[in-house]
Ligand binder design. Structure first.
Ligand SMILES: C[S@@+](CC[C@H](N)C(=O)[O-])C[C@H]1O[C@@H](n2cnc3c(N)ncnc32)[C@H](O)[C@@H]1O
Length: 267
């Protein structure tokens, strides 16, 4: 992990919620919420809650009380505007140093956050610590970038335009933690002993321009592009949209997205 890799700040939260959530996070949230609520938890800790797409699903579908946490206050401020339920508490917290006592929750949920942990076993061990015996940890991580081809196309196009200074954020961070055996191993090191990993997919629907804006403006890739010596955010967005039009044509297109959903229990 490099400085800024987990910086979901500035204009990112608003773009993230407007474009990325409907594009790639809403459907995984629906499925992850089902997995979490299947265990009938009374209280749920959510780590890496972001703008709250999973939180809203958890609250809408059940009676559970959710403590929704994230490293970045700006993400939670956007989340709060969209969900003021008395079943949710929002709190800034690092998933690797949770400010909660041992055995405090029936379930811990983490949607697409573990890829950002600088030390994955430690992050998982923190979730294990705050779970009650018999509690469940549910999380998702992205499958390899080839399982989400529109993202692979954008990454390739941006890097082709980046010249001698590659922009590696997507393959280095969000799309780097896709090996089910590695995820299982990290969970076992953390102390989980009943681990199921499922490979899931769905279809995202968008236009080339929206997808390009979502990826280049709505993630910490934005910072890498802004710091690039020759490319810049706007040029990268144009290059990305052009590559998507070449592949999918003008207007709305459907593209697959792929991810891993993990359920692990504390004995
Ligand atoms: C890709 S977003 C996912 C957000 C949300 N779960 C969703 O599905 O839309 C990753 C989130 O992880 C948060 N994050 C990164 N590192 C973290 C850490 N160490 N502890 C807590 N949150 C972290 C970021 O601030 C960001 O909101």
């Amino acid at each position: 992990m490099a400085k800024g890799d987990a910086a979901f700040v500035g204009s990112i939260p608003a773009t993230y919620e407007r474009l990325l959530v409907p594009l790639i996070f809403a459907e995984p949230a629906r499925r992850l919420a089902s997995a979490v609520l299947a265990t009938a938890p009374r209280d749920i800790l959510e780590t890496c809650a972001g703008t709250g797409v999973l939180t809203r699903q958890l609250v809408a579908a059940g009676d559970a009380y959710v403590t929704a946490t994230d490293l970045n206050a700006p993400m939670l401020r956007t989340a709060l505007q969209l969900c003021r339920s008395d079943h949710v508490t929002w709190q800034v917290a690092d998933a690797l140093e949770l400010p909660f006592g041992a055995r405090s929750f029936d379930a811990v949920a983490c949607q697409f956050g573990a890829m950002f942990f600088p030390d994955k076993p430690r992050g998982f061990a923190e979730s294990l610590r705050v779970l009650r015996p018999g509690g469940t940890f549910c999380c998702t991580v992205w499958d390899r970038i080839e399982a989400s081809p529109s993202w692979r196309i954008v990454d390739d196009a941006v890097n082709a335009a980046a010249g001698e200074v590659p922009v590696q954020f997507l393959r280095r961070v969000p799309y780097a933690y896709f090996d089910p055996d590695q995820v299982r191993q990290h969970l076992r090191i953390a102390g989980f002993d009943d681990i199921a990993v499922e490979t899931l997919s769905a279809t995202s629907r968008s236009t080339p321009e929206e997808t390009a804006e979502a990826i280049c403006h709505g993630t910490p890739l934005r910072m890498a592009l802004a710091a690039h010596p020759t490319l810049g955010i706007e040029r990268a967005t144009e290059v990305a949209a052009h590559a998507l039009r070449e592949e999918y044509g003008d207007g709305v297109f459907d593209a697959p997205i792929g991810w891993l959903q993990v359920v692990a229990r504390k004995s």
